[in-house]
Design a protein. Structure first.
Length: 151
């Protein structure tokens, strides 16, 4: 029998995350799993040197992390009251790398994530985090299109 002890749910802190969360909660409840919520704040230094003093860039990055933590707290407070087993992480870095790191470090059994369904030029330029994670993930991935979920 398949055991799913830990579920990773990377979320972007938008309304789309709220559309996917009921699926995460349902699977967690069925398997009595712990949910690991993850938000990755993009590391602004990856874009190279900008015309902003380094200390200002660090300050901006820290403010982004603190804002993400506050938004994560609100989601947990408003939507996870019925879930006794969850943990939350806000990290800074490359989204794909950080998701894969958490899968390994937290011994994740299942990854549930959303896709925005980018198409055409948008997809070509920005790519798809979900697509890249599916290709590289060492665990099964359930991908949900939030635009196809009915509320």
């Amino acid at each position: 029998m398949i055991e799913i002890k830990k579920i990773l749910f990377p979320l972007d802190l938008t309304a789309n995350s709220s559309k996917i969360l009921p699926y995460v909660l349902s699977i967690s409840e069925k398997y009595n799993s712990t949910i690991c919520l993850l938000h990755v704040v993009q590391d602004l230094n990856k874009w190279g040197k900008l015309y902003v003093p380094h200390s200002s860039m660090d300050k901006f990055q820290n403010e982004a992390i603190e804002a993400a933590k506050k938004a994560m707290d609100e989601i947990c407070e408003n939507q996870l009251q019925s879930c006794p087993n969850f943990q939350k992480k806000v990290v800074s870095g490359d989204t794909i790398e950080e998701i894969l790191n958490v899968i390994e470090s937290e011994d994740i059994d299942l990854l549930i994530m959303g896709t925005h369904g980018r198409k055409g030029l948008d997809h070509t330029i920005f790519g798809s985090v979900a697509e890249k994670v599916v290709k590289k993930s060492p665990v099964p991935v359930l991908v949900i299109n939030p635009y196809k979920v009915s509320n």
